[in-house]
Design a protein. Structure first.
Length: 368
């Protein structure tokens, strides 16, 4: 296939669904670990077309959603200071902190700017040496290389007015934590193709072997997901538990070694708290000691914030797949994309936003 519409061909989709129905003999539970995949599944209604009893569990694959509340509050505390330019990707601006969000803070006069790459923030720092320029560096392994390159570039330029507020998280430790939960229903994973394009899939092999779960590296288009689900079901039906690659056009086992080298130079693995989930050991990245001078949390002394989540929001249960958005009493009423209580409703990759955009009002676990 060469063109995007080929990955959305309805005739091929029907053939894959027919083969899936002919293959599945049990009501398997498969988790997709990517918010982009969740949106495709829900928008296209793929999760409603699966064989009877089979269910997709929507995992913690939205980088905006899992960014800790304290990170957002730290970003707002920094942005509120005079002489500071806080830069971020646009999808972070409306994510609620403990009392407000970055968009509201900008409306009150804070210099909060949307950038398209972290290099844009470096350029702003070059052009405004009298200002402190901070980039809010969040996301999974996918965004870490670009953020690492920004720090390396700022170091080469000798910029003293550039820093990053780091909140990177790592996928494999989250998968392991989910599998160790006694209530976990996940029997197979669809791994995020863009993450694996960077890191490859070698880190997933011990997880598949230790926990005896199939893991299929999968793309983001409807046919990618249907094929990934079929590959996972074939493994489940035959008792295999391997890592397979559906996303062959973009992913290889070793990943992008140059990107990995940049990340290893700039960052080191650390414990990280996930919004709605809590602390997970060795599940994040922080700046290595040799680049600590670029750490905005240290520079602005905002490391001690410990805010509390809105008690009504069940984002943690949604992020771990234990609950669906429609289980939430605030869903679609007190919590909407325009007025979100939690990050999964506002983020472009959030499960709540996906359900709301698709008009979902019922619990699919009750569908025969």
């Amino acid at each position: 296939m060469k063109y995007l519409d080929e990955y959305r061909d309805p005739a091929l989709a029907r053939r894959l669904l027919d083969e899936l129905r002919a293959t599945a003999t049990r009501p398997w539970r498969i988790m997709e670990v990517c918010g982009g995949q969740t949106h495709t599944l829900v928008r296209q209604g793929i999760d409603e077309l699966l064989p009877a009893g089979m269910r997709m569990i929507h995992g913690p694959g939205c980088p905006v959603c899992v960014t800790p509340l304290e990170t957002l509050d730290r970003a707002m505390a920094i942005a509120a200071r005079p002489g500071v330019v806080l830069t971020s990707f646009g999808d972070m601006l409306r994510v609620p902190g403990s009392s407000t969000d970055l968009l509201a803070l900008r409306a009150r006069g804070a210099d909060v700017r949307v950038v398209y790459t972290p290099m844009d923030a470096v350029r702003i720092a070059q052009e405004a040496p009298e200002r402190e320029v901070v980039f809010l560096a969040v996301g999974f392994e996918t965004t870490a290389p670009a953020n690492a390159m920004a720090v390396l570039h700022a170091a080469r330029l000798g910029l003293a007015n550039f820093s990053v507020l780091v909140s990177h998280v790592l996928v494999p430790p989250a998968m392991t934590a989910l599998l160790k939960d006694p209530g976990c229903e996940v029997q197979a994973f669809l791994a995020a193709g863009h993450v694996c394009a960077v890191v490859g899939w070698r880190e997933y092999e011990p997880i598949a072997a230790r926990h005896r779960v199939p893991i299929v590296v999968t793309g983001f288009e409807p046919l990618d997901l249907l094929e990934g689900i079929l590959m996972a079901v074939r493994q489940l039906e035959t008792g295999r538990h391997e890592v397979e690659n559906q996303y062959t056009r973009a992913v290889r086992r070793s990943g992008n070694t140059e990107a990995q080298d940049a990340v290893r130079r700039v960052f080191r693995v650390t414990d990280r708290s996930w919004r709605g989930i809590g602390p997970l050991p060795d599940s994040g990245l922080e700046l290595a000691q040799c680049y600590a001078r670029f750490d905005a949390a240290r520079r602005f002394d905002v490391g001690g914030l410990r805010p509390a989540e809105a008690p009504e929001c069940i984002a943690g249960a949604i992020l771990t797949g234990a609950r669906l958005p429609t289980d939430c009493t605030a869903y679609g009423t007190r919590c909407t994309p325009r007025h979100p209580l939690g990050a999964p409703m506002v983020s472009a990759e959030g499960t709540c936003a996906a359900f709301h955009a698709a008009g979902r009002t019922s619990d699919l676990r009750d569908v025969p």
